[in-house]
Design a protein around this ligand. Structure first.
Ligand code: PBG
Length: 329
């Protein structure tokens, strides 16, 4: 046996498609995907979002059609975000508490027409405020923590009453997970889950989302007094520890790809269900690369989504969910 050539050859198991499948360490399936959808008033309405090519706002009737497509493709869950009419946006975001708001009507319609698919609802005031922040402001423009948390509790109860399966607080106020859990228990909603946006960073990748919900043009300043500094990782672990102690069933890291290290550390440390949000700016960046002819959509979609699972995710929120599910199906 010549010592010049290797006997251990890692290429051996890569030689054929069946063998690569047999040795795959990570499996991505449609059931790992949560599909974010934007809801708008009206009937029969589709409004394409310029900064998110391929993504539209849909009226409630058409969201129901999207839900059927998602269910048929094996997607586990939808995440809903409303485009609130400008005249319903106020400084205190009280439309969030309206039992007949767009989110609640969409949730009820989905749970009635397509009960097999989960509905996740986002808890934060930014789609409802006239200033685009996630909470209530004091005179200096600082987002008040505890007064905001009280509003978020009301918003969460409102969404749960409409039939939401997963309540997902995305606001980054301190203590809100515990308050929401308490309120849900008090309301007898024991099986309504909380997926907290535990490690949510103040990111440059949220721009197209803010166009989609119509908060972008309104937002004054940034969200750095409540969302995390992208320099920090230990702080993310503290955020996760707190949200779990307060009763979160699962935790989210957001954005996605630039934060795979955080996902990995959270999974290693806490051994709980971790989700990633591949956010609007990440989606737009991939689509721009595809449009520029420098990337193949199918390849980069499956590669990035599998990377989240490899890093430790149970699932991923992605605007590519339907496309990916169909590729995988
Ligand atoms: C708002 C919220 C944001 C996203 C989800 N919920 C934006 C923000 O914090 O400004 C971003 C999602 C995306 O960019 O796809 N609380």
């Amino acid at each position: 046996m010549s010592a010049r050539y290797p006997q251990l050859r890692l290429r051996r198991t890569r030689a054929t498609p069946w063998s690569r499948r047999l040795h795959a360490e990570t499996l991505l399936t449609p059931a790992d995907l949560i599909w974010p959808l934007f809801v708008v008033e009206g009937k029969g309405v589709e409004q394409p979002i310029a900064s998110l090519p391929g993504v539209s706002r849909w009226s409630v009737d058409r969201i129901v059609e999207r839900a059927r497509e998602a269910r048929d493709a094996g997607i586990a869950c939808l995440a809903l975000f409303p485009y609130t009419q400008p005249e319903r946006r106020t400084a205190d975001g009280r439309e969030a508490l309206n039992p007949d708001n767009l989110m609640c009507r969409a949730t009820r319609a989905l749970k009635e027409a397509v009960p097999e698919i989960g509905v996740l609802t986002d808890v934060a005031l930014d789609p409802y405020t006239s200033h685009g922040h996630d909470g209530l402001l004091d005179e200096a423009g600082y987002v008040l923590n505890d007064a905001t948390a009280d509003m978020l509790v009301g918003q969460a109860l409102n969404q749960a009453a409409a039939g939401a399966d997963i309540i997902a607080p995305s606001d980054m106020m301190d203590g809100r997970v515990g308050l929401i859990r308490d309120a849900l228990e008090g309301d007898g909603r024991h099986n309504v889950q909380i997926m907290s946006y535990a490690a949510k960073y103040a990111s440059g990748f949220y721009g197209p989302f803010r166009d989609a919900v119509g908060s972008g043009g309104l937002l004054k300043g940034d969200k750095k007094t409540y969302q995390m500094d992208h320099a920090n990782a230990e702080e993310a672990l503290r955020e996760v520890a707190l949200d779990l102690a307060e009763g979160a069933d699962s935790v989210m890291v957001k954005p996605g790809l630039p934060y795979l290290d955080i996902i990995h550390r959270v999974k290693q440390r806490f051994e709980v269900p971790v989700f990633a949000y591949q956010v609007s700016g990440e989606y737009a960046m991939l689509e721009a690369a595809v449009a520029a002819g420098v990337a193949d959509r199918d390849a980069v979609v499956l590669e990035t989504l599998t990377a989240f699972k490899r890093a430790g995710c149970s699932g991923v929120l992605t605007y590519h969910a339907l496309h990916a599910a169909r590729l995988l199906g």
